[in-house]
Design a protein around this ligand. Structure first.
Ligand code: PLP
Length: 438
């Protein structure tokens, strides 16, 4: 395999922009992973995107596997979404007063997904999870929450706690700025290990407000729940009056229109959403059973608000995308097929070149780990060969395939990917692996 000259990407404009950005924006980016810290080099600056493709400042074209970290399930600049945003914007971009669109959005979601009687719109996934645990605490009158090592729920203080293995119950802050007072109320359990949760509940059962998790972990690659794990959490929460929160910011409307709740047949008490429900505009949402959601202000005492919450542009974009998805369930089958062609192809190449690997795939979420499997926990995922990932990332980038720049992110497929795009991706992958192992 050879890299043809015209497919080698050059990005001097991006490099210059990154230098300028680094002087005025921390790390040159507005969200850390974009800085390429875990793969080395400097990020590519994007000017436009359409369907499954991105274009950078130099005009280089890339097949996109970031999909804006999830929202672009039908690809970029989806014509109906663009039209809805344009038409809505012509009537102003925000009112700070209720709109029909918000009602339609809430009706669409509550009538579609299990266990969500009422839903509140916010502006990001972070706001959604932060608000959900506040409501769970207000509802139960208890303080502590359990989260899982390697799960990500945004950057709310309560979630930036990653206890090391020897200190699983200590809740030490893993980000400076998070107070010890906050950290002590977050307990970390091991994903896919019910016993680790049972032990924490047993030791803290009088003060346990909520268990929050990604029902399919997508922020340590892709790790599906083992059989019985979600059911076990459900039973534990029922037994001890703990609010079970599924963080479906990533999985919601991606693995199925009804999310992971439908795929695994387990219904949570509260669910958080983001990404796809905003079609690329800043949106999050939290919802759940009526008796819990009635604790939210102004009906109930738990305060939560937002100047731009339920923003008309975001509602127009999200509603249009969700409606399209609801009306075309075949999208999910198509995405799943594309993901499995990609995952199988990658697996075959890695096998051919004798590279240890494990690939986890649920719907259109694909996690490639460069280590022996199975990968079922954060500690397993952390064994992935990060240096090799970095080399593969750059080999793909220069061949025109933009993977997420982190070894702990799943590939985000969009249904705009054609089978030719996937074939080209696999060709680039094999060229890259051949080059690395030369
Ligand atoms: N929850 C999950 C599962 C996520 O994947 C993310 C973001 O990647 C968040 C919450 C936070 O969402 P946001 O980045 O919109 O604040």
């Amino acid at each position: 395999f050879r890299i043809t000259e015209d497919r080698i990407m050059n990005y001097p404009n991006s490099k210059e922009l990154f230098e300028r950005a680094s002087k005025v924006i921390p790390g040159g980016v507005n969200s850390p992973v974009r800085a390429f810290n875990s793969v080395g080099g400097t990020p590519v600056f994007i000017t436009k995107a359409n369907g499954a493709y991105l274009w950078d400042e130099e005009g280089n074209k890339y097949i996109d596997y970031i999909s804006s970290w999830g929202p672009m399930l039908l690809g970029h600049a989806e014509p109906d979404v663009v039209k809805a945003v344009q038409e809505t914007a012509a009537n102003s971009t925000s009112f700070g007063a209720p709109t029909k669109l918000e009602v339609e959005m809430a009706e669409l979601i509550t009538s579609s997904v299990p266990g969500v009687d009422k839903i509140r719109m916010v502006n990001s996934g972070t706001e959604a999870t932060m608000s959900a645990i506040r409501v769970a605490r207000g509802y139960t009158g208890k303080n502590k929450i359990i989260k899982f090592k390697g799960n990500y729920h945004g950057h709310g203080d309560s979630f930036l706690i990653e206890a090391g293995s020897g200190a699983l119950t200590m809740g030490e802050p893993s980000s400076p700025g998070v107070t010890e007072g906050t950290a002590k109320d977050t307990l970390n359990a091991e994903y896919n290990n019910l016993e680790s949760v049972e032990n924490l509940v047993e030791a803290n059962k009088d003060d346990m407000a909520a268990i929050i998790l990604e029902p399919i972990a997508g922020n340590m690659g892709c790790i599906p729940p083992k059989e019985g794990f979600l059911e076990g959490l459900r039973a534990l929460c029922d037994e001890h009056d703990i609010v079970l929160i599924f963080d479906e910011v990533m999985t919601g409307f991606r693995v199925d229109f009804q999310g992971a709740q439908k795929v695994y047949g387990v219904t949570a008490d509260m669910v958080t959403y983001g990404k796809i429900i905003g079609a690329g505009l800043p949106v999050g949402a939290y919802g759940g059973k009526q008796e819990i959601m009635d604790y939210v202000a102004p009906t109930g005492p738990v305060y939560q608000a937002g100047t731009l919450s339920g923003n008309p542009l975001a509602m127009a974009a999200g509603y249009t995308l969700l409606k399209k998805l609801k009306e075309s369930p075949a999208v999910y089958e198509e995405l799943e097929k594309k993901a499995s062609v990609l995952a199988n192809g990658i697996g075959q190449i890695l096998k051919k070149y004798d590279i240890p690997h494990a690939i986890n795939c649920v719907g259109s979420m694909v996690g490639v780990f460069y280590c022996e499997g199975p990968v079922e926990t954060f500690d397993d995922a952390n064994r992935t060969d990060k240096e090799l990932f970095g080399k593969i990332f750059h080999g793909m980038l220069k061949r025109g395939v933009h993977l997420p720049p982190s070894p702990f992110e799943a590939f985000f497929l969009s249904n705009a990917l054609s089978s030719e795009d996937i074939t080209n991706t696999l060709t680039a992958y094999e060229e890259t692996i051949a080059e690395i192992t030369e």
